[in-house]
Design a protein around this ligand. Sequence first.
Ligand SMILES: [Zn+2]
Ligand SMILES: [Zn+2]
Length: 381
Amino acid sequence: MKGEGEIPVAKVECLSCGYSEYQMSSLGLGELLKGRCPRCGGDLAVTGKELPREWGEVLSLVGREFSVVDFALGEREGEIEVEAGPSSSFPRLLRELRARGKVAALRGRGGSLHLRVGSLPPPRRERPHLPLALFVATLLSIFGFSYLLLFREVWGALLFSLSLMAVLGSHELGHALAARRNGVEASPPYFIPAPTYLGTLGAVVRVKSPIPTRDALVEVGASGPLLGFAVALLITSLGLVLGGSGEPLAFTTPSLLLLRSALGGGLNHPFVFSGSVMMVITFLNLLPAGQLDGGHVARALLSAEQHRTLTRGMGFGLLLSGFLLPTYPFWIWGFLILFFFGGHHAGVLDELSPLSPSHRRLALLTFLLLPLTFPLPGVAG
Ligand SMILES: [Zn+2]
Ligand SMILES: [Zn+2]
């Protein structure tokens, strides 16, 4: 692999508009290039033979993983054509670049590999009190609304609000751990209080830096639903064993029915309710569409085009389901997918490497949760 020192460099400037970039070229100072200025079409001349230190560092990092074939580097962004060898690792290069405030995307074009290198946006400062304030507000809101509208007694509302926070929190924790494992910057979880009979609309973790690989995208998307579902199973089982008095559930899920046939017990403990709520939230989040968790996993399996088609299909399908299954409010979700969660998915920095077999299995396993968490009409407690 070529080191930085062996690469011939020319600073190229437009004689008309002052545009400049760095190219791989052995032309001497003052010589004119054959190409024209990309901005104004004017003449380009070599005005320097040195790279700025920043680009020099980037090129030598790239040179450790790939062979540099050609490059054109501007003020902030640049494109480097490379050849991969048997030991080339794009994730390793990303880690090195990130340590220097840079990011790269690997793309294929006309049979050659291109790295687009740019600067990472400066880390946005989080307001550290906001997640905590929302956490407390959501806890109070779940307690208050579930007390008033569901339980009408302190103990039931308290058990429900604490356990619902635990399952929601574990779902978000799953996302956050996977993001950290893959070097993806993510916000702390923001819980959303809401005046609904659950007292919340759930919680979100915002992903703030691009996701490097398809494997990482599967991990970040799937780990929330998987961990949230596991904790929901535990809490539901606990509720079944404890039993309790109260309103029976208005809905159920196949996994709840399976658990009850294994464990017996009553369906009216607050833990059964919060666990089942989480299962339905898992179902809605795992639909393979747009920016939903299932959308991320699907995007890792599909091309951008296929993902877009699938998202539209899911959205319209759910919207139409309103006519076929009038008792299910899925059409609302279809509407939200089409107009809110269905936007362009940024994909991953390395679109070229396929999913590893283990991550393909993880992705398919995750979608197996869909039939297990499908909401069904309630049964008598
Ligand atoms: Zn020009
Ligand atoms: Zn999620």
